[in-house]
Design a protein around this ligand. Structure first.
Ligand code: SAM
Length: 279
C-alpha cells in the first residue's frame, strides 16, 4: 500500500528565535510543505533559520475549505508541518480542524513540542501549577467579559488568560472587580523578548503597576490569577467562616456574605468567594 504522509504539529518561538528546537528545524526543513497562519511572517522566520520549504496558507478563515485539499496531499504521501505565528499551534491558534480531520482519516499526526506562552508563564509565575485552567482570550465586549469573569469567580484552580495590549487595562480592572482587588495574580509580558517582565501582586497592585508606566501596557500578555479557594480560605479566620456558615443556612449567598462582613469585619468579597467554594 502506498505510504500516507504525516502531519507534524510544530511549535515555534514566542519571541526569542533561539528557542526553536532541533527537531523543529529538522522537520520544517524536510517536509513537503509548511502550513502557516501568515505566510509572510513565517517566511521571514523560516528564511532566518535557513529553511526554504514552500509555504501554504492555513488560517482561521480558510481552514475549513483547506481541510479536503490538505487531506488529499497527505493521502498522496506528502508530509506537512503545521505552524502558527508563534508558539504551539492550536493553543489559541488555528489547526484544530485539520488535526481532527487528519486523525479521523487515519493519518499520523505527530507533535513537535516547544514554546507556548501559557506554559512559559506558568513556569515562572509562582502560583500553584498542580491544577490550572486555560481560559485563552476573554470576550472582547465588556458585558460579556464581566459575565464570563463572574462565572469564574469561584474557580479554585489557577486561571490563565491571554490578553492583547489594547485590552490589558480593561482586563485587569474587570478581574479586580469580579474576583476582588486583593486576589493574587501575575502579569507576564513579552516573554523571551527584550522587554520581558513578570510582575506579581494583588489585582489592585497590578492595576496600579500597569497605570504607572504606559510602556508596561505594550506587547503580549499572559495574565495568571490565583484560584479562589486558596485566596479566600487563607484570608478568613475560623470565626468569620463559622458566622458565614450559620447565615448561609438561612440566606442567599450574597446576603449571607454581606451580613457576615458586617458582623465579623471580614471582607465581603472574600466571604462571598468562600461561600461559593463551600456550598
Ligand atoms: N499559540 C501561542 C502559544 O502557544 O502561546 C498563542 C497564540 S495567541 C494568538 C497570542 C497570544 O499569546 C498573545 O496575545 C499573548 O496573550 C500570548 N503570547 C504569545 N507570545 C507571548 C509572549 N512572548 N509573552 C507573553 N504572551 C505571549
Amino acid at each position: 500500500m502506498d505510504r500516507k504522509g504525516v502531519l507534524y504539529v510544530v511549535a515555534t518561538p514566542i519571541g526569542n528565535r533561539a528557542d526553536i528546537t532541533q527537531r523543529a528545524l529538522s522537520v520544517l526543513g524536510s517536509v513537503d510543505r509548511v502550513l502557516a497562519e501568515d505566510t509572510r511572517h513565517s517566511g521571514t522566520l523560516l528564511r532566518s533559520l535557513g529553511i526554504g520549504t514552500p509555504l501554504l496558507s492555513l488560517h482561521e478563515h480558510n481552514e475549513q475549505v483547506q481541510v479536503e485539499p490538505l487531506l488529499a496531499r497527505l493521502r498522496g504521501g506528502a508530509d506537512l508541518a503545521l505552524i502558527s505565528d508563534a508558539g504551539t499551534p492550536l493553543i489559541s491558534d488555528p489547526g484544530y480542524r485539520i488535526v481532527r480531520a487528519a486523525r479521523q482519516a487515519g493519518i499520523e499526526v505527530v507533535p513537535i513540542p516547544g514554546p507556548s506562552a501559557l506554559i512559559a508563564a506558568l513556569s515562572v509565575a509562582g502560583l500553584p501549577t498542580d491544577r490550572f485552567v486555560f481560559e485563552g482570550f476573554l470576550p472582547a465586549k465588556a458585558v460579556a467579559r464581566r459575565a464570563h469573569l463572574q462565572a469564574l469567580a469561584g474557580e479554585t484552580r489557577t486561571l490563565v488568560f491571554y490578553e492583547a495590549s489594547h485590552r490589558i487595562e480593561e482586563c485587569l480592572s474587570d478581574l479586580a472587580e469580579c474576583f476582588g482587588a486583593e486576589r493574587a495574580a501575575v502579569v507576564a509580558r513579552e516573554l523571551t523578548k527584550t522587554f520581558e517582565q513578570v510582575q506579581a501582586g494583588s489585582l489592585a497592585e497590578l492595576n496600579s503597576w500597569l497605570a504607572e508606566d504606559a510602556n508596561r501596557q505594550r506587547g503580549e500578555f499572559v495574565v495568571l490569577v490565583a484560584g479562589a479557594e486558596a485566596a479566600a480560605d487563607a484570608e478568613l479566620d475560623a470565626e468569620a467562616q463559622r458566622v458565614l456558615k450559620l447565615l448561609l443556612a438561612e440566606l442567599p449567598v450574597k446576603r449571607a456574605a454581606a451580613l457576615a462582613a458586617e458582623i465579623t469585619g471580614a471582607r465581603k468579597n472574600a466571604l462571598y468567594q468562600y461561600a461559593l467554594q463551600h456550598p
